[in-house]
Write a protein that binds this ligand. Structure first.
Ligand SMILES: [Zn+2]
Length: 401
């Protein structure tokens, strides 16, 4: 009798537990549905803005300087216009964050799948962000620390820090070599450490690399190995570094590339020779691409992204992009994402075999134009007046194109 009663009590207790568990599951499910439906909003990939930077100027006094050297002075307007300073970069990140922007990856806006013939197909993808947040994509051009940057107060090369993360080497005005966050990669990383919600699923930027002066400040191009076709700067570099070891240089570049990938960044081709893709004939495009694939791709593990230099694109806006000869060639070489420069808010085209995206420069030229040139194309992103580095020169001649 006693045992029978115990059994019944157990049954009742189990039923209560089951009911409670079911109810709890239902509540969790309802909350999840509510969160997804009301807290997260699907964002169209066609309304994602893309901003880009060059290597940062750490020391504006040197970066934008005029001297008694004519060749040096000829390059100064370029630095004033294309470069952003560390001060400006930090301000821009803070203002984007304050305005609810969230960094997403190019691969968050398209899905790329390969068919049985190995052809990559591209399809738009929706991003779910918390209500009130706006997605943006980031890229960084020419992280090569060209010889022409020497003495301009920029970092000198990327290295792997003691924590295994990418960081920079920088030579200050007194000639002292320092290690720290002197360029976009470690600068953004430091910001994200404080504000992890500034990035969607850990997304970082895309780094567009040329090859002719090597990558990340390492002189990996074949010309440094073979001592052929050297320009004046390259010859001067080799003369100043008699112990130069090309193999060690490539090994170091490979190590840095891996640390940057592990840190969540992606790489792109910026063409080997920083060519004008629109002006170049198809033969030149082929030669240049083969050089990039042979000399840069093996160091970084390859990529399917190409970011064109000089703001050019391989076709004009009214041409059928995918049917052009240059596109078909680059597609056959594995490229599926194509970026140009365009200052409109959104420039996103998605075809079956490509994503084509415009990028907006947040550099000295755009900042100057916004404040002093009566043309503010960045007001949706930043307040140019409070971003502009007080150490930046304001002479209009330096910002003329
Ligand atoms: Zn460039």
């Amino acid at each position: 009798m006693q045992m029978k009663m115990n059994k019944q009590a157990n049954k009742r207790r189990n039923a209560v537990i089951l009911k409670t568990v079911l109810l709890a599951a239902l509540i969790v499910f309802a909350v999840a549905v509510w969160l997804v439906k009301f807290h997260f909003v699907a964002r169209s990939p066609y309304r994602v803005t893309h901003v880009f930077f060059h290597s940062l100027v750490v020391d504006p006094a040197r970066g934008f300087s005029m001297t008694d050297d004519e060749t040096w002075n000829e390059a100064t307007p370029g630095f004033c216009q294309w470069m952003t300073t560390v001060h400006e970069f930090d301000q821009i990140l803070q203002q984007l964050y304050d305005r609810g922007y969230v960094l997403v990856s190019l691969y968050d806006i398209v899905r790329i799948t390969k068919d049985e013939n190995g052809v990559a197909h591209v399809a738009p993808k929706k991003i779910y962000l918390p209500r009130g947040k706006t997605p943006f994509v980031l890229s960084i051009d020419d992280l090569s620390y060209y010889h022409s940057y020497d003495g301009r107060g920029c970092a000198t090369r990327m290295i792997v820090g003691e924590d295994g993360k990418p960081t920079c080497e920088y030579v200050d005005a007194s000639g002292q070599t320092l290690i720290g966050p002197y360029d976009c990669i470690p600068r953004l990383d430091a910001f994200l450490e404080k504000h992890p919600d500034f990035s969607y699923k850990g997304a970082k930027g895309t780094i567009a690399l040329t090859g002719y002066n090597g990558i990340f400040g390492y002189r990996t191009d074949f010309c440094y190995r073979d001592h052929v076709n050297l320009d004046e700067d390259q010859q001067a570099f080799l003369d100043a570094n008699p112990d130069f070891d090309w193999n060690a240089e490539c090994e170091a570049a490979r190590t840095v590339a891996q640390a940057i990938l592990d840190d969540g960044w992606t790489f792109a081709s910026h063409t080997w020779g920083h060519i004008r893709i629109g002006d170049a004939g198809i033969e030149w495009v082929r030669t240049d691409t083969q050089k990039w694939l042979e000399q840069v791709a093996p160091l970084i593990g390859g990529t399917d992204i190409i970011i064109f230099a000089h703001g050019q694109d391989l076709a004009s806006w009214d041409e059928d992009y995918a049917s052009t000869e240059k596109f078909q060639y680059l597609k056959s070489q594995g490229f599926s994402i194509y970026c140009n420069v365009d200052s409109s808010k959104y420039f996103v085209q998605i075809g079956d075999d490509f994503l084509r995206m415009g990028r907006r420069n947040l550099d000295g030229y755009r900042l100057y134009k916004a404040i002093y040139g009566g043309e503010d194309l960045v007001s949706d992103l930043i307040d140019a007046a409070t971003v502009f580095d007080p150490q930046r020169p304001k002479d209009p001649i330096l910002y003329q194109r």
